[in-house]
Design a protein around this ligand. Structure first.
Ligand SMILES: [Zn+2]
Length: 135
């Protein structure tokens, strides 16, 4: 059964931990999570859990429709603490989900370009060989 939006947001927080992907702030009574689309909906991004991640309201509205990797770099320039590993995991998971379910013709090239850009930065999902971090 498909999850509704609120249930997907809860699932995203459970999956990734209770922090904003872009600034790293902890969710709590003062700051609630909002649904952020990795591939923006205006770029054809699906409303799937694999394309959704939790961000605080400030970051969500500040990003607008900027591409995720571009925005990751902007967050770093601003001195925030974006979670590049989380983004890398999500881009990979979304890519796999699209391969399994098909469709998403508009999102595919956008997603591939973002994954290439992230790879050029040397960002790889945690645990992947060659991530350069000691175990
Ligand atoms: Zn934030």
């Amino acid at each position: 059964m498909a999850l509704d939006r609120a249930a997907r947001l809860r699932a995203a927080v459970e999956r990734d931990g209770p922090t904003c992907i872009w600034c790293g702030c902890a969710f709590g009574a003062q700051v609630g999570p909002t649904t952020e689309h990795v591939v923006p909906r205006v770029k054809g991004g699906p409303s799937w859990l694999e394309n959704e991640v939790a961000a605080c309201r400030r970051c969500n509205s500040a990003r607008g429709h900027v591409a995720p990797v571009e925005w990751l770099e902007e967050c770093e320039r601003r001195g925030w603490h974006p979670d590049g590993q989380r983004l890398a995991r999500l881009l990979d998971a979304l890519s796999r989900a699209i391969a399994e379910r098909g469709g998403q013709r508009r999102a595919r090239p956008y997603l591939d370009a973002q994954r290439r850009r992230l790879r050029r930065r040397g960002e790889a999902p945690a645990g992947e060989v060659g991530s350069g971090r000691p175990a």
